[in-house]
Structure formats: C-alpha cells, structure tokens
Design a protein around this ligand. Structure first.
Ligand code: 4FV
Length: 252
C-alpha cells in the first residue's frame, strides 16, 4: 500500500514511522509512506502557500495553486492503476471510525492532505478531496496529527505488524465492542488488590466468557450506541443478550 502525505511539516512524521510496534508497517513493501513538503510547491518568489481570507477575519488560508501543483506531482509519482482517494482532515469531516480504517486498509492507499492555519481554500476541497475526516470535536493547529492517527490505525491492520494477529482482531471496535480490562503481574498488589479469579483459572472457555461479559458490560455502560450498532450488525448472540440481562458486575 502507498500513502502520500502533503504537509508543511514532514518532520512531524519521520519519528512516528520508525518507532513502536507500528514501525514494521512502514518497512518497504508494506505501507510505503511518501512525504511531500507543501513549501516545495509554493508560489514564487517566496514559496508562498497561504494568504489572507477573502472577506477578512483572522488567520490565513492555504492556497489552491500550490496544493494543485503538489497533488499533480503526487499523482505523477503514483502508478495509479487504481487512483487513491484524496483525504483531508477537519472538524467538519466524517468522524474516523474503525470500519473506515479497514476500508482504507483494503484499498490502493491514499493521498493525505494536512491543512494548516484556518484551513484550505474550499475550491480545492470541492474539486479534489474525496473524503474529509475528523478525529474529534476539537480544533487542532493542523492536519498532521489526524494523519498520524490514521497511519497508526492503518499500520495495526497490516499483517505481521502486531506480534500476534489476534491483537487487532480483539481490539476495541473490531468486534464492535469496547475491549475487556487487562491484568498482568503481580497477582496481588501491595494494597491487596487482586486479579479476577476467572483469569487465573486456566480455563480458556471461562476466560473468554468473562472477557466477553466485561466487554458487553463496559460497552453497555460507556457506549450504548456501539451496543445498538453491534446488535444491528448481528454481532450479538443469545449468550450475549443473556449476559447483558444479567448485568455482570464490572471489575472497573
Ligand atoms: C481536525 C480535527 C482539526 C482545523 C484547521 C487544522 C484543524 C486546521 N482535523 N479532526 N478535529 N483540523 O481540528 O481532523 O487547519
């Protein structure tokens, strides 16, 4: 998969691509990330990429022409058997959710456009942007962090990236539910706090049942919207409904 990133701050990406469990995803042949400094496509003589907004008001707006030059260079560099979608990031975008990540992971990659300042000239968005994504209802100073969030979520889905493929299958949301709580050594803390005995039973069926019940209970409490969606997608079985009816005590 190839991901091209058009950004004023390519240096914000370099560190993330070489650290942590996801670094394996960015090795050649997996997710090929190409960083395109927008300044390289700025208007001569001063490589200008932004200007004041028509109608006045605070801040600056990213200009159409430098962005179009950058996009043309990216398109020329990608062998576009299957043209990749242009994705930009703004609070006005569709909230990024796991199904969107899985959809992008199954495709030819993407061209990520990182805005800055007040935003991007709307004419560029109308003419060239296929998807506008949001990572949440707050205002950031640029699209780089949302782009890194998407890259991290994509990386986790690359085969062989997570030590154990089950990891992302059991991730929150991949089963439509929030993840169950996790415990590790010591079995008992200095203050006497222990670990749910189900997890110490060695009985894998009982452990799986306990974890499922905890996921259901936590999702019912914190994200009933997800539970309704999981129910609508047929992801909940009779045992799940029985567990929900029992309202298993949550350990958290
Ligand atoms: C944002 C978000 C976000 C808006 C103007 C960048 C900023 C600035 N993007 N989810 N929340 N973007 O705040 O995706 O250019």
């Amino acid at each position: 998969m190839r991901i091209d990133v058009i950004t004023l701050f390519p240096e914000l990406f370099s560190a993330h691509l070489v650290h942590g469990v996801t670094r394996r995803a960015f090795e050649p042949g997996r997710i090929d990330v190409h960083l395109w400094p927008l300044r390289d496509f700025g208007d001569p003589p001063h490589a200008r990429v932004d200007d004041r907004p028509y109608g006045g008001g605070p801040g600056m707006v990213l200009l159409v022409e430098p962005l179009e030059r950058a996009l043309a260079a990216v398109r020329a560099a990608r062998d576009e058997a299957a043209p990749a979608p242009v994705v930009s990031f703004s609070p006005a975008g569709t909230l990024l959710r796991q199904p969107t990540v899985e959809q992008l992971a199954a495709g030819p990659g993407a061209i990520l456009l990182c805005g800055r300042y007040e935003g991007i000239d709307q004419r560029f968005i109308d003419a060239h942007v296929d998807r506008e994504l949001s990572i949440g209802d707050y205002v950031l100073s640029g699209g780089e962090l949302p782009a890194l969030v998407l890259l991290d979520a994509l990386a986790r889905l690359q085969p062989g990236v997570l030590g154990d493929a089950r990891s992302h299958q059991q991730d929150s949301f991949s089963a439509g539910l929030l993840d169950h709580p996790h415990y590790s050594r010591p079995e008992r803390l200095a203050d006497g706090t222990g670990v749910p005995e189900e997890l110490l039973s060695g009985n894998h069926a009982a452990i799986a049942a306990w974890r499922r019940e905890q996921s259901l209970a936590l999702t019912a409490e914190r994200r009933p919207d997800l539970l309704d969606a999981a129910r609508a997608e047929g992801l909940l079985g009779p045992a799940d409904e029985a567990a929900l009816a029992r309202k298993p005590p949550r350990t958290l």
